[in-house]
Write a protein that binds this ligand. Structure first.
Ligand code: ADP
Length: 212
């Protein structure tokens, strides 16, 4: 028998109050290949803006570690560098974005990762009564990406897996650059600079950006 429980969730346990008073709620999507430094930048900016940094990779790895149903279903995809099926990702993100701390803005890192996730995110935001997000696109040379990832050396990252993740990014995720560009809410960032310089350029460009 399948039961669906709706209602009380982890949301109630989170204590950090969202910044509802600020007129300019930041909803940001960080786009860029694996190794581009999105995670580092998302963590820094999220802290500066006092909004949650929502990383699908971290959520999935934590589900795997806790052996939840989602984790068990997702594990093989992460190990092979393929995308986890959209339905699982959308269920996870639908729940996360409806949590209390996500009302005052967020930075999404690793999501959306293909066009259908971007469209599903639009529908989800419409249901939640939230406006379009702003996309921040990290540009980094491919050779630097591989070198950085091997250096970081997450234990599940061997070179073949890294190459596969880069291919999947090229094939599935790069179309999102045009998707958000056409909507005139894409900011391009040079990710080859130092982390401090990248942070400064994101902040500078965000205050100039005019989303439609
Ligand atoms: P990165 O090292 O690029 O930051 P992530 O930690 O974001 O990688 O993601 C690791 C893996 O988790 C991906 O290779 C993929 O298998 C899965 N994953 C993360 N986000 C998504 C998503 N939005 N859709 C499908 N799969 C995802």
């Amino acid at each position: 028998m399948g039961l669906i429980f709706l209602g009380a969730s982890e949301a109630q346990k989170r204590t950090q109050a969202p910044i509802l008073a600020q007129g300019n709620i930041m909803r940001l999507i960080f786009l860029g290949p694996p190794g581009a430094g999105k995670g580092t930048q998302a963590a820094i900016l999220a802290q500066e803006l006092n909004i949650p940094h929502i990383s699908t990779g971290d959520l999935l790895r934590s589900a795997i570690a806790q052996k939840t149903a989602l984790g068990i279903l997702a594990q093989a995809y992460l190990e092979s560098g393929e995308l986890v099926p959209d339905a699982l990702i959308m269920a996870m993100m639908g729940e996360r974005l409806a949590e209390f701390d996500a009302l005052g803005g967020w930075i999404l890192d690793g999501f959306p990762r293909n066009l259908s996730q971007a469209q599903a995110l639009d529908r989800l935001l419409q249901i939640l009564g939230q406006s379009h997000p702003q996309a921040v696109n990290f540009n980094v040379a491919t050779e630097s990406l591989i070198a950085r990832m091997l250096q970081q050396g997450r234990k599940d990252d061997n070179e073949n897996l890294i190459r596969r993740r880069l291919e999947v990014y090229q094939e599935k995720t790069t179309p999102l650059i045009n998707f958000y560009k056409q909507r005139r809410c894409l900011i391009d960032i040079d990710g080859n600079l130092t982390p401090e310089a990248v942070n400064q350029s994101i902040r500078a460009k965000l205050s100039l950006a005019v989303p439609v």
